[in-house]
Ligand binder design. Structure first.
Ligand code: SF4
Length: 386
């Protein structure tokens, strides 16, 4: 990679993601790239990350930096300090930056928060998932409901911009306990709330439990009811529904994730991390030992690399940008992809507008409320025009 020159943000990144895979415990539904019970390798991992980052060749200025996982807050204060020093050598933060870190309620303390705030971290994404003890047990989370509120208050003392993650569609969940989760989350007055529908990823413990009949998936109608309830509840509570799964108070959209939804470029480093630089998407190996060995030896850390054809990239951009409430800005889309949305899927789009799943004008096209509930089907219809 070379030094950043002034190229459009869909080609050269203004955003960087650093993956910290370590977790105290493997939650039953999770299929992220994680490393559990391997804390003795954290220092070796950080050294490997430092080696991988040298591929940048020159420091890069970014608007957003995101430490995700895994559980970045699982690192000790000393390890976090080392991580911040390593990453700080390669990324400088632009004025008005957003610097986020994902944390679990059970792994934050004053020393870590003080350190993070002192290094420019100004947004914490807290994995609450639920305030119900029984649903936290189903999800196999390792914190109790009271830990979330405590961690939130402690975080806010040092870093006021806190986002809460909630999960809906959990086996056994009812509209009543989902309402309670949303009420408890809103009562804390966070700047942002993300609500994710639970998925049964192949190979996870939850997936096996479902196949063996030990847990029962909620019906699609029930899940849809939970989603629409969240939309109404959070909008009434003053949150803007700015992306299919994300709600924010004014001025608190997640700018880093907005890069992904715009299909713009981003750097990604660490085990399992993806990057999208100069039109090439690469994904790093997901196994800790392999990542450490490859990065430390100066070998390529990715196992997948693809450069999409312009037309395929345009379709991908269309699918991602439709996730946003603002939808697709027609002129911006054309500048970014070289295609108009009509060129790509004009007929399908017209049909979807007639079905009131899409709406638009000469400037933009976006999902309607009905379209948000059927977003996957809408995108599938558009992709069929390929
Ligand atoms: S804490 Fe998060 S990343 Fe770690 S195992 Fe649980 S869900 Fe996965």
């Amino acid at each position: 990679m070379a030094e950043s020159v002034s190229r459009p943000s869909w080609l050269w990144p203004r955003a960087a993601y650093i993956h910290i895979p370590f977790c105290a415990h493997h939650c039953g539904y999770c299929d992220f790239a994680v490393a559990v019970g391997q804390d003795d390798r954290i220092d070796a991992y950080l050294d490997a990350l430092a080696a991988e980052l040298t591929r940048l060749e020159a420091p890069q200025k970014v608007d957003t930096l995101f430490f995700g996982g895994g559980t970045p807050s699982h690192l000790s204060a000393c390890q976090l300090e080392k991580l911040l020093a390593i990453v700080g050598r390669w990324f400088t933060l632009a004025h008005g930056h957003e610097f986020s870190l994902e944390a679990n309620p059970s792994s934050l303390d004053e020393a870590k928060l003080q350190l993070l705030a002192g290094h420019g971290v100004n947004r914490i994404s807290l994995g609450v998932q639920s305030f119900s003890a029984s649903l936290l047990r189903v999800l196999e989370r390792d914190h109790a409901p009271a830990d979330a509120a405590k961690a939130f208050e402690l975080t806010r003392k040092y870093i006021p911009n806190v986002s809460l993650d909630l999960i809906f569609g959990v086996p056994g969940q009812t509209l009543e306990n989902w309402r309670t989760d949303l009420e408890e989350a809103a009562a804390l007055a966070p700047s942002h709330i993300a609500t994710y529908g639970l998925t049964y990823e192949k190979g996870t413990r939850l997936w096996k439990q479902e196949r063996q009949g030990q847990v029962q998936k909620l019906s699609e109608d029930t899940e849809l009811g939970l989603y629409t309830f969240a939309m109404d509840f959070l909008e009434q509570a003053g949150f803007e529904h700015y992306e299919i799964s994300n709600f924010a108070r004014a001025g608190f959209h997640c700018r880093h994730n907005a890069t992904y939804w715009a299909n713009e470029a981003y750097f990604g480093f660490g085990m399992g991390a993806a990057r999208y630089v100069d039109g090439v998407r690469q994904t790093n190996v997901r196994e800790l030992g392999a990542y450490i060995d490859r990065a430390s030896a100066g070998k390529p850390t990715h196992f997948q690399s693809e450069q999409l054809e312009p037309r395929d990239r345009a379709f991908e951009t269309m699918a991602l940008q439709l996730r946003r409430a603002q939808g697709i800005d027609r002129l911006g889309f054309c500048a970014q992809t070289g295609f108009t949305v009509e060129d790509l899927a004009g007929t399908a789009m017209k049909k979807l507008e007639e079905l009131e799943l899409l709406a638009g004008d000469v400037w933009a096209v976006h999902l309607t409320r009905k379209g948000k509930c059927l977003a996957d089907a809408v995108v599938a219809q558009l992709m069929a025009a390929k």
